[in-house]
Ligand binder design. Sequence first.
Ligand code: HEC
Length: 127
Amino acid sequence: MTGRLIFTLLLALPACLSAPPASAADGDPAAGKAIFERTCENCHAAVIGVNKVGPSLWNVAGRKPATVPDFAYSDAMKANKEPWTAAALDTYLADPRGDIHGVRMFFKGLPNPADRANVIAFLQTLK
Ligand code: HEC
């Protein structure tokens, strides 16, 4: 009995150890699109020039924050000078209201790193 349990654990262990950490580089844009439609699209359009509760996210990857014309950003977001690299997006989306104090994005964030990697991969296709 114990032997069988240990055997099972030994089988399961390598699978856990070899799971690579998720990063935007290996995100899946198609899966990200589905997450975007479910969790971001109420507030954000993926096309240029359409602002909703949040600014258009067209071409957001790599650009400076708070630069979409005709969108009233919070002062906290205007003060954020760090470009939206994959790493910056990852930190922001994990906890939007904790990352940049006082932002107006009333969204609890995406706790799952794989979800963030997929959404970021999708955002990178919006060009
Ligand atoms: C409840 C509405 C809401 C939801 C849901 C939401 N956002 Fe936002 N988002 C906002 C608002 C409002 C801002 C502007 C924040 C500010 O000015 O402080 C914003 C800002 C942003 C910015 C910065 C844009 C810029 O022009 O600098 C990014 C990137 C972003 N959101 C990504 C996302 C992603 C990706 C999701 C889904 C995973 C998401 N948001 C979900 C409302 C939302």
